[in-house]
Design a protein around this ligand. Structure first.
Ligand code: GDP
Length: 426
């Protein structure tokens, strides 16, 4: 049985907590895309962790964690994160890296940074983790696979080839010192040796796990609206965060993914925004930002204040649709308990007309949110585990949103901790 946990919105929906909770009922957790450019926050008995590359099942001793071929693996970031987890009491993590994953190099980070500087005010708000240059290289076939790190001559040959064009850019566009293939070969060969104990053919391993009926959890990063095909292009990421892509990025048969849990917050938040119709500003935004998440709405990777706004049912329905969601998990419901009234964006106005679908970016930039306002519940619901015990205004909020997004909300998170969760029958 394969279950995917993916984002329905702009990212930061609380997928890390959900994966950590559901990992208990799982044999394998697999990361299938992205790199160290986003972060999951997990709070458990070992403390608080911001995971960027390690799968969220890492805290469960029975769970095998896999970094799939679709991931952008930065070896330095990986080893740093692994050491920090080891130093905080996780003794024997069960972890594998696909030998087909590709390596995110220091020069990808450098190119990302130089390009954002060149773009100036037109920049994309990249986290400067090298993700866009990494995926450009991968699809231009000049990337380096983890398997290629193990052969020094091959690695050198690949780097020499890859650096030809880059050094033209370095000299003439960015006015930067050239990159040196010999130096990079030494560095990445040495890193490859450190990664070696974790490297395996995970594709074969996963197909075997499917055959023998193991329970597999596919862990998405970012959210549907950051998908390059179905999201708010060009304010998107460079790999697909959709459950459909999980089959490719992890390496499992598409038919085996039977459950797709799309995670959404009870309000909206976005970091490095792009387009965000129900965004709010001023004191109202400051209050929500301060109360959101476990310690306010600040990026797990960048510390940047996240933009916040009211729940956007149009964007979330689109997110659930392109994810192929079978279930929705709504997180951060406890955060809204302070409000007298809660607006929800139920439709958009585009050029004077009401629409309820999520248009492509040029039109999306022109929409105005249409709100419906719900009564607040003004009761602290933090930690509630029984749906029936939630105040009726809270249940009405959930049930109205469920109809708007056309997908059953079967999990509600009422706090950042593992045990603060309620399940609801379909
Ligand atoms: P992810 O990348 O999707 O895992 O999301 P992040 O970890 O970046 O952001 C989610 C934030 O919400 C983190 O600070 C979590 O600790 C926090 N969080 C998750 N679920 C809940 C919840 O139900 N209530 C509250 N108050 N915080 C939550």
């Amino acid at each position: 049985m394969i279950r995917a946990i993916v984002g329905a919105n702009w990212g930061d929906e609380g997928k890390g907590k959900l994966t950590d909770v559901l990992a208990e009922q799982t044999d394998l957790v697999v990361r299938f895309q992205g790199g160290a450019n986003a972060g999951h926050t997990i709070i458990n008995e070992y403390g608080k962790f911001a995971l960027h590359l390690l799968p969220s099942g890492i805290f469960h001793p029975e769970v095998l964690n896999i970094i799939g071929p679709g991931v952008a693996l930065d070896p330095t970031a990986f080893l740093g994160e692994l050491n920090s987890v080891l130093s905080r009491g996780i003794r024997h993590p069960r972890l594998c890296i696909s030998d087909r994953a590709q390596v995110l190099m220091d020069f990808h980070v450098l190119l990302d940074t130089l390009e954002e500087e060149r773009l100036g005010k037109n920049k994309f708000g990249s986290t400067k983790s090298g993700i866009a240059p990494f995926y450009s290289d991968k699809f231009a076939k000049v990337g380096i696979q983890v398997s290629q790190l193990m052969d020094k001559d091959l690695l050198h040959e690949r780097l020499v080839n890859s650096l030809v064009k880059k050094n033209v850019l370095m000299a003439h566009l960015y006015h930067h010192a050239p990159l040196d293939a010999d130096e990079l070969t030494e560095k990445y060969y040495a890193l490859g040796q450190q990664l070696k104990p974790w490297v395996q053919d995970t594709t074969w391993m996963l197909h075997d796990a499917v055959k023998t009926g193991k329970r597999i959890l596919l862990e998405g990063q970012l959210g549907a609206l950051r998908d390059p095909d179905h999201g708010i292009y060009p304010y998107t990421t460079s790999s697909s965060p959709l459950a459909g892509y999980a089959a490719v990025g992890a390496g499992v048969p598409p038919w085996a993914i039977t459950e797709v849990i799309a995670v959404t917050k009870a309000y909206s938040s976005s970091v490095g925004t792009g387009v965000f119709p129900s965004c709010i500003t001023g004191d109202e935004a400051e209050e929500l930002r301060k109360r959101g998440g476990d310690a306010g709405e600040y990026g797990a990777k960048t510390g940047r204040p996240r933009d916040v706004g009211w729940f956007d049912a149009v964007a979330t329905r689109h997110g659930c649709l392109v994810q192929g969601a079978t279930d929705v998990a709504m997180t951060n419901l406890d955060v809204l308990s302070y409000l007298d009234e809660i607006p929800v964006c139920v439709a958009y106005e585009l050029d004077g007309e009401r629409i309820d679908h999520f248009p492509a970016t040029p039109s999306l930039k022109r929409v105005k949110p249409i709100y419906e306002t719900f009564p607040g519940w003004k009761t602290d619901i933090r930690g509630e585990t029984q749906y029936e015990n939630l105040p009726s205004a809270c249940r009405q909020y959930v049930e109205r949103i469920e109809r708007l997004i056309d997908t059953p909300i079967t999990i509600l998170s009422t706090g950042p901790r593992r045990e603060e969760i309620c399940y609801r029958a379909k």
